[in-house]
Design a protein around this ligand. Structure first.
Ligand code: SF4
Ligand code: SF4
Length: 233
């Protein structure tokens, strides 16, 4: 059965004979294309070209290591969570799971600490170290809530936005990979993002009043340990 002609579409003017012979519609389109050829290009040819996002960009996460720029209350948090005091170059993560508690998709995280296997007379007896920290970024919406909840400014966003991978497993990053990502980011752009106390420099705050209000609220009502914290104590 062929196509049946039911009438003319009155909203569209049929091409005139001259338009058909001289391809006038085609020429009009070509004129627009040629005009744009000489305009400034505002897109990039990814992956051959890349852009550098602003320091506040919320890209792939990283886990920061101890580097001497921790906040004043870092030692207090380490003590409170019974974590072995980390040396320089070891992770800042104290396995408090605040990041997981703040995350709208808690399944993203797998965080476990383990008790050190040392004799009773060892100074680190009864203390723990971070054992597992996995993040499945395939489920992440890059909202940044985890980074705001972290008391040690360990979990951060970096400027990495290329998440392409050949399998879903490629989106699961372990603590070694996350530490490497953070080290690389801090080496490249740390001075742009953080001051010496790992706080946002004032000129980079978007919502200064909101930041101050939140700091005040947290001061009066400090966060409680994460919902799954009991399983590791
Ligand atoms: S950025 Fe948002 S969704 Fe992603 S891990 Fe952090 S809190 Fe969860
Ligand atoms: S909130 Fe920070 S310190 Fe606590 S578990 Fe998450 S990354 Fe580690």
């Amino acid at each position: 059965m062929g196509i049946k002609k039911v009438g003319l579409n009155r909203n569209v003017r049929p091409q005139t004979l001259a338009e058909k012979i001289f391809f006038l519609d085609f020429m009009k389109g070509l004129k627009t294309t040629i005009k744009h050829l000489f305009r400034k290009v505002i897109t990039v040819d990814f992956p051959y070209e890349v852009v550098e996002p602003t320091p506040r960009f919320r890209g792939v996460h990283g886990l920061r290591n101890v580097d001497g720029t921790e906040k004043d209350d870092f030692d207090a948090w380490v003590k409170k969570l019974k974590i072995k005091p980390p040396e320089k170059g070891e992770t800042r993560c104290i396995a408090c799971k605040f990041c997981q508690a703040a995350c709208p998709v808690p399944d993203i995280f797998e965080i476990k600490a383990k008790k050190l296997d040392v004799p009773k007379d060892h100074p680190h007896y009864g203390l723990k170290v971070l054992d597992v920290f996995n993040m499945d970024l395939g489920k992440c919406m890059f909202c940044g809530l985890c980074t705001l909840a972290c008391p040690t400014i360990c979990i951060i966003h970096t400027d990495i936005y290329d998440l392409s991978t050949y399998s879903r497993r490629g989106w699961v990053l372990d603590k070694e990979k996350l530490s490497k990502i953070a080290d690389d980011f801090i080496a490249r752009r740390g001075s742009e993002k953080y001051d010496e106390k790992s706080e946002w420099p004032d000129y980079q705050r978007l919502w200064n009043e909101a930041d101050l209000a939140r700091a005040k609220a947290w001061e009066n009502n400090p966060p409680k340990l994460g919902p799954n914290y009991a399983d590791q104590t």
